[in-house]
Design a protein around this ligand. Structure first.
Ligand code: ATP
Ligand code: NI
Length: 265
């Protein structure tokens, strides 16, 4: 049975600009199902990050918000860091260069789960091993610059899931990485969700990556949700012209991956 984790109805978000309010989301309605992997795709500026921030409760102060967002699956709005974790494109911006990664990963567990120093460190080591950082005990004492970009992103993911959130949002979390590392991070996210009873919201430009990872795909264009459905149907039988265009562009660029991932014939 499907359980609705979050129900979004007629959500609009606008930002003030010198020429008046500009919509980043326009009357978006969407249900997020508990335990699903939902990909949010669309071109730059379509509102994907605005939706991530609205879900996390981290919208900019000047954002004007209308509509309803309810969390029947949680009972109340999620607390950022506790019930909902988020990782961004650039792990450098979420990791503090002067703190050991053990301290950073353990921080969420200390703050939200009330663990003491020693327990938080043990938890950090467990999480680092879960995101497959080699030699996690040793790694816990090291600083971010001692790791590659892909490893830093794994560390940021470990920190985001430290408090055991129900939802993890990965906002272009793989975009800055090369293709192989990108695929590894996507596989890690998939594994964490499958084995961790978590809902994954995966924001990307890349319909191929969305098709290979997600159960459902929501397609955004200029602040509007143009279609949302089962990943296979969105890829094999898109309803919106815009989705067809995205697929056509993708097939030009990377047809083998998309074909392999989604059985497009
Ligand atoms: N804090 C802000 N203040 C003003 N305008 C903003 C703010 N954040 C986003 N916008 C505007 O809202 C629109 C949607 O932005 P958003 O970041 O949600 O898009 P996106 O789909 O995530 O794009 P990208 O793929 O480039 O990350 C854009 O026109 C953007 O310029
Ligand atoms: Ni974005």
């Amino acid at each position: 049975m499907t359980k609705v984790l979050c129900s979004i109805r007629d959500l609009s978000v606008a930002y003030p600009t010198p020429t008046g309010a500009q919509h980043a989301l326009k009357s978006v309605s969407l249900d997020i199902i508990a335990g699903e992997k939902l990909a949010i795709i669309g071109e730059s500026g379509s509102g994907k990050s605005t939706l991530s921030l609205a879900l996390t409760g981290l919208l900019a102060r000047q954002a004007m918000v209308d509509g309803v967002m309810s969390w029947p699956g949680l009972g109340s709005a999620p607390r950022a860091g506790r019930d909902i974790g988020i990782v961004f494109q650039d792990p450098g911006s979420s990791l503090n260069p002067v703190l050991t990664i053990g301290d950073q990963v353990g921080e969420g567990a200390r703050r939200h789960l009330g663990l003491g120093r020693k327990a938080a460190r043990d938890k950090a080591i467990e999480l680092l091993s879960r995101v497959r950082i080699p030699q996690p005990e040793k790694a816990a004492g090291a600083y971010p610059h001692q790791f590659s970009g892909g490893q830093q992103q794994r560390i940021a993911i470990a920190a985001a899931i430290a408090a055991g959130p129900a939802v993890l949002i990965a906002d272009e979390a793989t975009s800055a990485l090369d293709t192989i590392v990108q695929a590894e991070i996507a596989a890690l996210l998939e594994d964490l969700v499958t084995n961790g009873d978590m809902t994954l919201i995966f924001v990307t430009h890349d319909i191929g990556l969305a098709a290979s990872l997600a159960d459902r795909i929501a397609v955004f264009r200029t602040a509007e949700l143009v279609e949302c459905g089962d990943a296979r149907s969105v890829v094999n039988a898109p309803r919106a012209d815009y989705t067809r265009q995205l697929l056509a562009t993708h097939i030009d660029l990377h047809s083998p991956r998309l074909v392999g991932a989604a059985d497009v014939r």
